[in-house]
Design a protein around this ligand. Structure first.
Ligand code: NAI
Length: 390
């Protein structure tokens, strides 16, 4: 199979590596010659590192590189059976590129976008044959993260959907199907991990390391919310939150935080600028600016309260995604464990905690704040009443 990749930045380069490793003939196109050269050089470095770690041998490196060519014109992608676009996040630019591509390809070629925040329907609408368009959303770094969200638009044909599900599985990735709605699965369901942590901090209930440690030590998350926001970068993470908030017609559940907005405005973007919620020296976290609260029994209790509050908000979001048929229960759990390394699927977690626990916690938050942000999903309430499990 021939695969075209448009955009040879972070995502395009990673996706090209995945497809080439799976044995596809891959053609990578970018408007910037420099980006193409960088992509080729970086792949070489990545593969050399894999040889060092004895994950692949020289022959495998040559095979992967031999499967990829770098092309300077979009017309060179004319014979691609599937093309995945990973260029800047701008609807007009994407639509223009899709039209150029459609003009040089046959009707049955599949055209996909790796967009994180635009609707697939809006991108597809630019084409004469929009039924060939679908969303294929990888996670960064694409060669390492198993999850791929597959997003059929209203226009997408069943044949295209089925073909893409098979291709993603052939590429040894975990494909999940998601409705064409803001944030798809992961970027929607994960919002409270950041938002509720920020809210707890803003209310002065706990300091930053205490919140991070609660999620890591009691919750089993690999990184705390503040460490993770610093890692992702406040420009990127804040923008995702703001986009999801706007796209959901300003649903208060997704309201962004001033604390994070100020960091973004100040240019304190996290790890990449050396400062964010924490300071970073030589790329390492320096927590001296944030001495932790005293430890002790009060502290244990506080940590449990923090974890419970963030966890129940995550569970509520996952339950609501299921309630609104964004994806199946199985895919919602797979998305969070395979796309963002959660220690457990959120719906599985809800089963363990019990529906009554989830409903009581949500109702107690609602009673405290009287904000729509804390409304309990009707699905959790119904399941609690009926003694049901996910
Ligand atoms: P990037 O900035 O690393 O790379 C974009 C590349 O596209 C650049 O090399 C640029 O020269 C090229 N480009 C720009 N306009 C072009 C055009 N008209 N024709 C051909 N090439 C063009 O961006 P990144 O991070 O790889 O993101 C790409 C897409 O993937 C975006 O839609 C983004 O929302 C999405 N995405 C990003 C993730 C991330 O963590 N970075 C995760 C999942 C999706």
């Amino acid at each position: 199979m021939t695969v075209g990749i448009i955009g040879s930045g972070t995502m395009g380069s990673g996706i090209a590596q995945v497809a080439a490793t799976a044995g596809c003939s891959v053609k990578v196109y970018d408007t910037s010659q420099e980006a193409l050269t960088t992509s080729e050089d970086k792949l070489n470095e990545v593969l050399l590192r894999l040889i060092e770690k004895e994950r692949i041998d020289d022959a495998e490196k040559n095979r992967i590189q031999g499967n990829i060519s770098y092309v300077a014109s979009i017309q060179d992608l004319a014979d691609a059976d599937l093309t995945i676009e990973a260029i800047i996040e701008n609807l007009e630019v994407k639509q223009k590129v899709f039209r150029e591509l459609e003009a040089c390809q046959t009707k049955d070629a599949i055209i996909a976008s790796n967009t994180s925040s635009l609707s697939i329907a809006s991108i597809a609408s630019a084409l004469e044959n929009p039924e060939r368009v679908i969303g294929i959303h990888f996670f960064n770094p694409a060669p390492l993260m198993p999850l791929v969200e597959i997003i059929p638009a209203v226009q997408t044909s069943t044949t295209v959907k089925e073909k893409v599900v098979k291709i993603i599985s052939d590429w040894k990735k975990v494909g999940v199907l998601a409705k064409d709605t803001p944030g798809f699965i992961v970027n929607r369901v994960a919002r409270p991990f950041y938002g509720e942590a920020l809210r707890i901090y803003e209310e002065g209930k706990a300091d930053i390391p205490t919140i991070d440690n609660a999620l890591k030590e009691l919750g089993g998350f690999r990184m705390g919310p503040f460490e993770l926001m610093d890692f992702i970068g406040h420009d990127v993470n804040y923008t995702v939150t703001e986009t999801v908030f706007k796209e959901f017609y300003y649903d208060p559940r997704y309201k962004p935080s001033f604390t994070q907005k100020r960091l973004k405005e100040a240019g304190y973007l996290g790890r990449k600028t050396g400062n964010g919620f924490y300071d970073y020296k030589d790329g390492k976290i320096d927590k001296s600016r944030h001495p932790e609260l005293d430890s002790g029994s009060h502290q244990d209790n506080l940590s449990q309260q923090i974890l419970d509050r963030i966890l129940v908000m995550l569970i509520n979001e996952a339950a609501d995604a299921l309630f609104l048929n964004i994806a199946t229960a199985k895919d919602i759990d797979l998305a969070m464990t395979k796309g963002v390394n959660y220690p457990k699927g959120l719906l599985t977690w809800a089963n363990e905690k019990g529906m009554d626990w989830c409903v009581k916690k949500m109702d107690s938050l609602y009673n405290e704040y009287h904000e729509d942000r804390y409304r309990c999903s009707p699905l959790l309430r119904k399941m609690d009443k009926e003694g049901d499990r996910f």
